[in-house]
Design a protein around this ligand. Structure first.
Ligand SMILES: *Cc1c(COP(=O)(O)O)cnc(C)c1O
Length: 402
């Protein structure tokens, strides 16, 4: 059987991958089993912001693996503290709680918000509410999909966890109106990634921050995809000059090689956790800590926030100059752009298949949006080459649509 046949025969069908079998990666490039080379414009949903096989990440990974990898939190580690210190210094928060997947960091944030609601705010037992936004994406646990507005994420997985209220994204008035004395927190993405790279109107986060301050509600931002230099700043909230009370991080935190996530927060929020109240067998393991620490150092040393801002603007300018009947909208920030195609004339899937033939890998989201999110270590000429292919693919589709 071929590699695809094996996946189809023995793997659950919870994904519909492009028919390309990847065998190797280096920097911004991937190679298939036939030796064809592709520019990676997915970066594994930002997990590979440092590119494939970054030499400093591989060095940290192998050196730590040879010393000790997993000891559990039953013992102290000689690297975890350094990782947490750097994470807090970088993000400007007081304390961090390390987990593995992004969804676990979000679950941690939900627990923190609820317990803060009871212990600090004084909400009656089991009444705490968390306000979320329509079209959110925060992961795939049963609690998290319970407050998703995507039918595919939810169907057949109920009953769901109560205590969430969803409001339109980008509308601070609607959000403030949903706040009650039982609201513990607002949990939103500063830019909605999986929804199609949706930017809220300017001033939205500032208005949400003000509403949270006024009503004594925590503002928790999910920066699992938007954070760690992707939008041209270390964190997307910096574009609005605000500061949340807590934030979830993941994806790029693992340097492109491991699942490493964290919830970071103000001391008052994090101190609701007491020994035994929360944990994870692998969370904060020595290998993850060493890799996470090195990932943060690489982002700083290679000035990836500036790189993303500069090249992201170049990408947006170039895409905005394209005159094509297939393009409805180009939006994004930093090296994180969604191109919305006209669903009557073509589809995201057809576009990414055409791009694949020309050596650029990406993935559609929501039928009509094509994501362009290369590793942040991409060079100007590599980016220009990728955009040449994008334009070429678009014109090919125009001819077949005509
Ligand atoms: C990917 C993502 C998650 C979930 O992360 P996993 O590692 O897949 O569990 C949560 N929130 C946002 C904003 C994401 O993009």
């Amino acid at each position: 059987m071929t590699a695809s046949d094996l996946e189809n025969r023995y793997g659950a069908h919870n994904y519909k991958p492009l028919e390309v079998v990847i065998a190797r990666g280096d920097g911004v490039w991937l190679w298939d089993t036939e030796g064809r080379r592709y520019l990676d414009c997915m970066s594994a949903y930002s997990a590979v912001s440092l590119g494939h096989g970054h030499p400093r990440i591989l060095k940290a990974l192998t050196e730590q693996a040879q010393k000790v990898a997993v000891i559990s939190r039953a013992f102290r580690s000689d690297v975890l503290g350094q990782f947490l210190e750097t994470l807090c210094q970088r993000s400007g928060f007081d304390m961090a709680l390390p987990m593995n997947s992004g969804a676990e960091a979000v679950e941690t944030a939900i627990k923190a918000a609820r317990r803060w609601g009871y212990d600090i705010k004084g909400i009656a037992a089991d009444k705490a509410e968390i306000i979320v936004a329509d079209n959110n994406f925060h992961g795939r646990t049963t609690t998290i999909v319970g407050f998703s507005s995507d039918a595919d994420y939810r169907r057949g997985f109920g009953p769901f966890t109560p205590g969430f209220r969803s409001v339109p994204f980008g509308n601070a008035k609607a959000l403030e109106q949903a706040i009650t004395p039982e609201t513990a927190a607002v949990l939103i993405e500063p830019i909605q990634g999986e929804a199609g790279i949706i930017l809220p109107p300017p001033g939205y986060l500032r208005a949400v921050r003000a509403a949270c301050d006024k009503h004594n509600v925590l503002l928790i931002l999910d920066e699992i995809q938007s954070g760690l230099c992707r939008t041209g700043r270390w964190f997307a909230f910096e574009h609005e000059g605000i500061r949340p009370d807590g934030m979830t991080l993941g994806k790029a935190l693992g340097g492109g090689v491991l699942p490493v996530s964290a919830f970071v927060a103000r001391r008052e929020v994090m101190e609701v956790f007491t020994p035994g109240s929360h944990g994870s067998t692998f969370g904060g393991n020595s290998l993850a800590a060493a890799v996470g620490l090195e990932a943060l150092r690489v982002m700083a040393d290679e000035q990836l926030a500036d790189q993303s801002a500069h090249l992201g603007q170049r990408m947006l300018d170039r895409l905005n100059r394209i005159r094509s009947p297939l393009i409805r909208e180009v939006r994004g920030r930093g090296l994180w752009v969604g191109v919305e195609l006209d669903g009557n004339l073509t589809s995201g899937r057809r576009m990414v298949e055409e791009m694949m033939r020309l050596g650029v890998l990406s993935k559609e989201t929501h039928e009509t949006v094509v994501r362009l999110a290369p590793p942040l270590v991409i060079t100007e000429s590599e980016l220009d080459w990728g955009l040449d292919q994008f334009e070429d693919a678009l014109h090919r589709l125009e001819r077949s649509a005509a």
